[in-house]
Design a protein around this ligand. Structure first.
Ligand code: PEP
Length: 262
């Protein structure tokens, strides 16, 4: 078992294309109540609702003083102009977003977000002084060909090399193997441990030895306690973040682990 790091943990709930604004407000309020009754000491919590829910969620977070920050699931690499259907960084910061997911595998796979666009988007985010949550991870073909190490190293390097060392401090990395996302088949503890160690080696070579590394892929209330001991700094959670109870169980598993080992 590896010791957890000196950094605070981070748990992000990615609601993907689920919950209209009424449902989103309801879930945010439930999360607020549960966090009030059972506060956490070592974990930062962020919510990534659909764009159209952000303003409502932001109002509830502010008015009820819920200790969570807001995250955008995606942002365009340009600031304005002819990009029908896209949303700009300043529009999102205006409604309270402080962290931007960049390069989620669903954007890469289904919406043609290539490494170059990921790099341009991440650069755009950190140049504006905002935080980026860079997602990397391989599909099953790459994993079974035992090529995942070079694959994720390329993803990391192409996104991070264009940034200055100071800008890199605004980045958190999420290792999200595609074969584990939304499949119910999480990576095993050993797989998470090995992959995290590899990511940390690549990050150290990029002068990012203290960057937070999250794991994402079918994390739930049952496997969170074991996975958090595998050298990671928290989770990016999809399905299990759509219910307040399971999301809070994950947050508390992380907080409990950090409390125990400090
Ligand atoms: C995700 O969307 O980033 C994710 C990890 O989803 P899930 O937890 O549902 O696998």
């Amino acid at each position: 078992m590896e010791l957890v790091s000196e950094r605070r943990a981070l748990v992000v709930g990615n609601w993907k294309m689920n919950l209209d604004f009424v449902e989103a407000v309801h879930l945010t309020q439930q999360i607020g109540v549960l966090l009030r009754h059972n506060p956490v000491a070592h974990v930062d919590v962020a919510l990534a609702p659909p764009f159209v829910d952000l303003r409502s969620v932001s109002s509830v977070v502010d008015s009820e003083r819920i200790p969570v920050s807001l995250c955008a699931q995606h942002v365009n690499a340009n600031e304005a102009g002819p990009h029908t259907g896209e949303i700009s960084l300043s529009m999102l910061t205006r409604v309270g977003v402080t962290t931007f997911i960049v390069g989620h595998s669903e954007r890469r796979t289904h919406y043609a977000m290539d490494d170059d666009t990921v790099a341009r988007t991440l650069t755009h985010v950190v140049r504006a002084g905002q935080r980026g949550l860079l997602c990397v991870g391989e599909d099953l073909v790459v994993r079974e060909a035992s090529e995942y190490e070079s694959f994720v190293a390329t993803q990391l390097e192409s996104a991070l090399r264009p940034l200055s060392v100071a800008q890199r401090e605004l980045v958190t990395v999420a290792y999200e193997p595609i074969w584990a996302i939304g499949t119910g088949r999480s990576a095993t503890s050993e797989e998470v441990n090995l992959a995290t160690a590899h990511l940390r080696r690549v990050l150290a070579s990029l002068e990012m030895p203290t960057t937070r590394v999250l794991y994402g892929g079918s994390v739930n209330a049952d496997n969170a306690s074991e996975l958090i001991h595998q050298g990671i700094d928290g989770f990016l959670v999809g399905g299990a973040s759509l219910k307040a109870e399971s999301f809070l169980a994950i947050i508390h598993a992380v907080d409990g682990c950090y409390a125990e080992l400090r």
